[in-house]
Design a protein around this ligand. Structure first.
Ligand SMILES: [Zn+2]
Length: 230
């Protein structure tokens, strides 16, 4: 029985590294697979990990149809045993339905990797669909830590260094600036992401805020559970 497996965790927990390793393991075992991604940090049609591994992949556009793609490949004599799908939070829910159908009707294993919740702690639509349809969910061991040393479980978005809790669900960041191309050379807003523990996500205490706080009198007072700030 082929399975649809969903591997998830916050940003920086090693999902893409595991995706590439899983592909390596299966292809070394003689199986044939295909890699897919959407808006990888290194650009289109690439799966890259923070450890520096990089592999070409098929870019999943909103109108991409996994079912038709695989049927076309099989019809033209190609063999496909499994699919590795990275950055699944950016897919469309119906694309997740296509992946489930491939597992059920064509016996193709699907390994899906992605973030479950956005910077507002809400489920991405495709992530919700994966939770609803997958055979099993594996929550990856969190390697990333909040600045306080707790496990970093929530994704925070910052704009020009300030944590924001409103805005579009999908906004690419890290190295990307957005805004009107500066004819005047005006700097545009810089979007970035940081992983925090839930407590500091709720309080909007990013690393930068914490550092500023440490040099000032404590703004929160000592409420007993905030040793990390004091
Ligand atoms: Zn924290």
């Amino acid at each position: 029985m082929a399975e649809l497996c969903y591997f998830t965790g916050p940003m920086d927990c090693g999902k893409s590294t595991l995706a590439l390793q899983l592909d390596y393991t299966h292809s070394a075992g003689g199986r044939r697979g295909r890699l897919f991604t959407s808006h990888d940090r290194a650009g289109e049609a690439t799966i890259s990990s923070r450890l520096g591994l990089i592999r070409p992949a098929i870019e999943v556009a909103p109108d991409f149809d996994f079912w038709l793609y695989v049927v076309d490949e099989l019809t033209s004599g190609e063999r496909i045993d499994y699919l590795v799908c990275d950055e699944t939070q950016f897919y469309r829910p119906r694309q997740i339905d296509q992946l489930a159908r491939l597992a059920d009707e064509l016996q193709i294993d699907v390994f899906a990797f992605g973030i479950m919740t956005d910077f507002q702690t809400l489920l991405f639509p495709a992530s919700q669909r994966l939770v609803e349809l997958c055979d099993k969910i594996e929550v990856l061991q969190v390697r990333a830590l909040c600045w306080c040393g707790q496990r970093a479980t929530h994704n925070a978005r910052t704009v020009d260094g300030e944590m924001v809790v409103e805005g579009d669900q999908v906004l690419f960041g890290d190295t990307v600036a957005f805004g009107e191309p500066g004819l005047t050379g005006e700097p545009t807003e810089v979007v970035s992401y940081e992983v925090l523990c839930r407590r500091h996500h709720r309080r909007r205490v990013t690393r930068a805020v914490a550092q500023a706080t440490l040099s000032d009198p404590l703004p929160f007072g000592r409420d007993g559970d905030d040793e990390a700030l004091g």
